[in-house]
Design a protein around this ligand. Structure first.
Ligand SMILES: Cc1ncc(COP(=O)(O)O)c(C=O)c1O
Length: 461
């Protein structure tokens, strides 16, 4: 049985990029993430090919917020693309794995003076400016350092998108400069000696399942670049951000209201974006910041079922009207925060029974004390379908967890953040160690020195 070119079933076990995940789960502690460097390289090549074959002057900056593990970033760098960072910490990581300053674009909606100072001093390709206030702040910091800061202005081009409300960034979202203020902001930037305006940035959100928002946003972006040019000022690029959707749910026909079901491939987005640019400004450099569409499909989460029970379903009068079988795995929102944070759906299979029909309904939960730590069901039901005999000891795998997962792990309920491994050149190598108990308390201080002098006792008068 073959599920995709790297995911197969052999001897009843799920095999990922040649590795029997059940066998691996018997040798190392679960839960763990398993990445594939082959899939990562393939995703990068597909992205580069899709855009540069249609618009040769395209540069891709991997959005490191999607996965900033050092092994992963190193693989991205070796695959030949650049990097987008969203904080001083991500800038530090990018430099640490060897990205050159010209390969780094610095985003963020609340940059501190220190972050601005580090980015300007590093000489990053561009600081992407989120507001007029921030533009003035960057001018001030760069001026004090005696340098000129390369900037892109992030503008909310007011294009509606359909995605999870938590992933909307423009058109009522928090990011970017209002379109009405954009021309004045560009004029200010061009006039200031400590600012070196280079481009326009317009990321519109994440897991955007259609091309319409891109066509509309790039069109409005080009209008603005034209308006800037009419004032005699030249911008060298348009950064269209990321947001290309990946299919978390399998379906033959996608319901347009279901953002987990993504009907488009990278080529479709490339045709749309490059088409608008080819018609109006074939000479303009295009920059992109994809995260999810590069990292998402590169990893699985491997878990073990630790508990099971049958609980009655009751009607309003308390009468038992049916039964539900619960399975509890050893990873919940501590390991896969998105499943509760955004109610995200990640496909799953019982990897140790991968050749049995998945025809029995189960409620699937994580190990945390919270009632909300329950995984969304398949097909808009509360239930996941697994083989009827699925029980404690079986291995359950969640797919497409490579983006926004390692980043968001937390040690809630004093559960160690999970390890991660990667299949690289046919071997399984560790790329992140699980927290030890000591790691979980390393930042706690039981008896510290006061940070302020003791308050004077109130006077007697
Ligand atoms: C400015 C910016 N660029 C790029 C991205 C990456 O988006 P995605 O992972 O959906 O491609 C994000 C994430 O929302 C973002 O805020």
């Amino acid at each position: 049985m073959v599920l995709d070119e790297d995911i197969t079933v052999e001897g009843g076990h799920l095999v990922f990029d040649g590795v029997d995940v059940v066998d691996l789960a018997r040798r190392v502690a679960t839960p763990f993430f398993l990445f594939s460097s082959r899939r990562l390289r393939r995703n990068v090549s597909a992205m580069v090919e899709a855009f540069t074959s249609r618009h040769p002057d395209t540069e891709i900056f991997f959005a490191s917020k999607a996965c900033s593990n050092l092994w992963f970033l190193d693989q991205v760098r070796r695959a030949g693309i650049n990097i987008e960072v969203n904080s001083g910490g991500e800038l530090w990581k990018a430099q640490r794995v060897g990205f050159a300053p010209w390969q780094i674009v610095f985003n963020g909606v609340a940059k501190t003076r220190d972050e601005i100072g580090s980015a300007v001093q590093a000489g990053v390709r561009a600081l992407v400016v989120d507001s007029v206030y921030e533009l003035e702040r960057i001018a001030e910091v760069a001026g004090a350092l005696g340098v000129s800061a390369a900037v892109d202005l992030r503008v909310d081009v007011n294009v509606p998108t359909f995605t999870h409300p938590g992933l909307v960034t423009a058109h009522g979202g928090k990011a970017g400069i209002d379109l009405d203020d954009a021309l004045a902001a560009f004029s200010f930037a061009f006039a200031h000696e400590a600012l070196d305006p280079r481009g326009l940035h317009l990321h519109v959100g994440s897991q955007i399942t259609g091309i319409e928002p891109y066509v509309a946003a790039v069109g409005k972006g080009l209008d603005l670049i034209e308006a800037v040019a009419a004032g005699g000022l030249r911008l060298d690029h348009l950064n269209a951000g990321g947001g290309f959707a990946i299919p978390y749910r399998e379906a033959t026909v996608c319901d347009p209201d279901d953002y987990f079901c993504a009907p488009l491939a990278i080529n479709d987005y490339a045709v749309a974006v490059c088409g608008v640019i080819a018609r109006r400004r074939p000479d303009l450099k295009l920059m992109l910041e994809p995260g999810r569409s590069i990292a998402g499909t590169t990893a699985l989460l491997v878990t073990t079922i630790e508990n099971t029970k049958v609980k009655g379903l009751r009607d309003a009068a308390g009468r038992r009207v049916g039964d539900e079988c619960w399975l509890t795995v050893d990873a919940g929102s501590n390991t896969l925060l998105e499943h509760t944070n955004y109610g995200w759906y990640f496909r799953s299979v019982a990897a140790s029974r991968a050749d049995e029909p998945a025809d029995a309904p189960f409620r699937l939960a994580g190990p945390l004390c919270d009632g909300g730590d329950v995984f969304a069901g398949d097909d808009d039901t509360p239930y996941r379908r697994f083989p009827a005999a699925t029980a404690p000891g079986d291995v359950v795998v969640f797919f497409d967890v490579g983006a926004y997962s390692l980043e968001m792990m937390n040690p809630y309920n004093a559960r160690p953040r999970a390890a991660a491994y990667a299949v690289q050149d046919g071997r399984v190598v560790p790329i992140r160690l699980a927290d030890t108990l000591d790691d979980m308390v390393a930042a706690d201080v039981v008896s510290g020195r006061p940070v302020l002098p003791a308050a004077e006792p109130p006077g007697e008068d």
